[in-house]
Write a protein that binds this ligand. Structure first.
Ligand code: ASP
Length: 358
């Protein structure tokens, strides 16, 4: 029988581990960060949607049978990429300003110190898999646009329309809301001066959407892999590349240390080499939680003399080789959450907002 968990019980099950904490999915409970036990295998996904649960369970099937972190990460990322309801990744992702879905993804294998990525890839539902093939079957790291598409087709990926009806309607509404200076009409909800219907209430802020997914895993052998996949900043300029396919920015893996990934305002993550910085901090002995927070402070420090009121929306997620997890967001109302799976089951990890109220 499914036990219902009140908000109070839910919080009581939260196990403190520095600033971040594991939120247990059931009353039976486990503690993830045992002092004397290295938690392995482990899969972490920076999403808490139903698809994220399926994603980590899919990865877990691979990991528990001795499969590699590379394979586990790819299959988990694919689950989310193929979810039409997810407007931040793969099929169903929000398009660029022209209504074209352009996807970015990166892959890194700590065991072989290899990486692959694709940017501005159109018409392919699973860019994570294409990035993995770039990593494993070329001596390049990053393919873009038409070249990335050509490469994907050479590997047999079918070209498909990635713009779902849901994503198209959101794009169209954004376009119409921008219509003061162009010939696009005002959107229906503004013409009628009525409250948005239930559908639109799900998207109160159309301006921009973020929605990248980071998937990080360590396998039974202690080898680490990571993937970051996204449709990027919604309504971006045609050809814009974010941080997600940039190794060191949206993703970094070091087999001796751990892995990190970034989401949200990619331009800031590129400039700060954010994920590399997080892994570097963990190498220096900082916990994953501390390292994620360090990276956010570092970004703010860069703006101290330029614009001290600027707190760009950036999130980091990381784990280290011992299976400790960290997750931090620059600002917002709720702490960032991630889905995790270990031999002790499925759970959610709650990170921390570093500058609440900004
Ligand atoms: N980081 C992504 C980008 O800038 C956006 C996101 O995380 O949604 O493309």
């Amino acid at each position: 029988m499914k036990k219902s968990i009140s908000r109070r019980n839910f919080v009581n099950q939260t196990i403190g581990a520095g600033a971040g904490a594991i939120i247990l999915p059931s009353l039976s409970g486990f503690k993830l960060q045992d002092k004397n036990k290295v938690i392995r295998p482990l899969i972490v996904c920076s999403r808490i949607t139903p698809a994220a649960k399926v994603a980590v369970e899919t990865a877990w099937e691979i990991l528990k049978n001795g499969g590699t972190a590379v394979d586990a990460v790819e299959k988990a990322a694919n689950v989310i990429e193929l979810d039409p309801e997810d407007t931040g990744v793969g099929y169903g992702g929000l398009p660029n300003e022209n209504g074209i879905v352009q996807l970015d993804a990166s892959f890194m294998d700590g065991k072989t110190y290899s990486a692959g990525a694709v940017a501005c890839l159109e018409n392919i539902k699973t860019p994570a898999s294409v990035a993995k093939l770039v990593m494993q079957h070329t001596d390049h790291v990053l393919l873009v646009g038409a070249g990335a598409l050509q490469f994907a087709k050479a590997w047999g990926f079918p070209e498909e329309n990635l713009l779902t009806e849901k994503a198209r309607k959101i794009w169209l509404r954004w376009k119409e809301e921008m219509s003061n200076n162009d010939d696009w009409g005002a959107p229906e909800h503004l013409q009628k001066k009525v409250k948005p219907d239930a559908y639109w209430r799900n998207f109160p802020e159309i301006e921009h959407h973020y929605g990248t997914v980071n998937v990080l895993a360590v396998d039974v052998n202690g080898d680490i892999a990571g993937c970051t996949t996204t449709s990027g900043l919604s309504f971006k300029l045609n050809g814009r590349v974010g941080d997600s396919p940039i190794i060191g920015a949206g993703l970094y893996v070091d087999n001796e240390v751990g892995a990190a990934g970034a989401t949200n305002r990619g331009e800031e993550v590129i400039k700060s080499c954010g994920s590399y910085y997080v892994v570097l901090k963990m190498r220096e002995g900082r916990s994953p939680q501390q390292a994620c927070e360090d990276a956010l402070h570092m970004i703010i420090d860069k703006y101290r003399n330029v614009n001290p009121d600027y707190f760009p929306s950036v999130n980091f997620i990381a784990f280290n080789k011992s299976g400790e997890i960290g997750c931090a967001g620059m600002k917002g109302t709720g702490n960032p959450l991630a889905t995790i799976m270990t031999e002790r089951g499925y759970g959610k990890f709650e990170g921390k907002i570093v500058f609440p109220g900004k």
